[in-house]
Ligand binder design. Sequence first.
Ligand code: ADP
Length: 405
Amino acid sequence: MKILVLNAGSSSQKSCLYEIPDASLPNQALQPCWEGKVNWNQDGGVAEIEVRTATGEVLQECISGDSLQAHVVYMLNTLNSGATKVIGHLSEIDVVGHRVVHGGQSYRDSVVITEEIKKEIGRLSTLAPAHNPAALEGIEAIEQSLGNVIQIAVFDTGFHSTLPDAAAIYPGPYEWLEQGIRRYGFHGISHQYCASRAAQILGRDLTSLRLITCHLGNGCSLAAIKNGRSIDTTMGFTPLDGLMMGSRCGSIDPGILIYLLRQSDYPVEKLNYVLNKASGLRGISGVSSDLREVIAAINQGNDRAQLAYDIYVHHLRAGIGAMLASLGGLDALVFTAGVGENSSEIRQAVCDAWEFLGLKIDLEKNQQQPIDIDIATSDSTVRVLVIRTQEDWEIAQQCWQILQK
Ligand code: ADP
């Protein structure tokens, strides 16, 4: 079965093609045979297109003009033409899976996309203005290139639809709930993949495990997972809630917003910009939203970079404490995404806080490139895993399962 995955970001559209045997799903992620990415340069209206195949062919091009959709169509055409050709005809693709950030209250499980569902994804753009419209662009680009191939939406909020009310409902007025203001949680595709992979690495049944998954990329979130279901998470109504992130503030006293809005020079758009783009590691350090650059600045004696790092670790530890309380115990702590997979400093700083519970990591294993392994010592009371997140593979698996039905 040929499964194409589209993963729409606010300024990029990533895509990959998997060939999965019809008979059964492999128990580990396959390598895609083709990967494409369109990056939109916001200032110049230029699209950078990069395509790679499993056999090592690479195409890099910059194109200007045309619509975003036309750029995606251009990228998709490299599947069956030129040096990066991996299939004879686009009609060989059996199904296309899309990562859709917001599924609201209606869409919990992955669904086959219909006109009605497209409308709903569009309607939910008010809740995910940077992402849902980009997913719609991708869906329409596929309609243009592949006609009426089956398309499936996999929602980043879906995995968290099992949150108990006490974790999901904000303690504002009850009417908020009726207006759909509640904790949705995000990064669900990644948390779900990591939970299954953790069970596999530990050789345990997922339904017997209590896990905390730490997705630490540019955006950061934690999930408390019990019996394979998300029971708590740090992101909320929007992806701004929870942990300190690359350029997002995470949870802050809402009184700060009232205070700022009362200042005459603080219109809503400025508030939006400050909280999403000028806060977090970038806002405090004044250096970058990229942790690598913050750490480099610390090594050169930059005090604000050190402060940013310390706040990041403080909030991360506090968030893990909250997840721990929801779970009432812990079998494994899982690190994933850019920071979680690559930063031994952050993993160690987090784990040091839980040593009193008997959680211990092997410092040597932690220093290596520890992907998809357990870095806890043999006598640690809690396993500590580093897992490379594979959101696209998770989407492909869900498409495969829906088609089997
Ligand atoms: P996104 O959330 O956009 O998918 P990623 O999961 O790729 O992002 O994470 C990107 C972030 O990972 C970078 O901004 C950087 O802060 C961090 N990162 C990547 N490699 C390292 C590293 N070796 N050490 C520390 N941080 C890293």
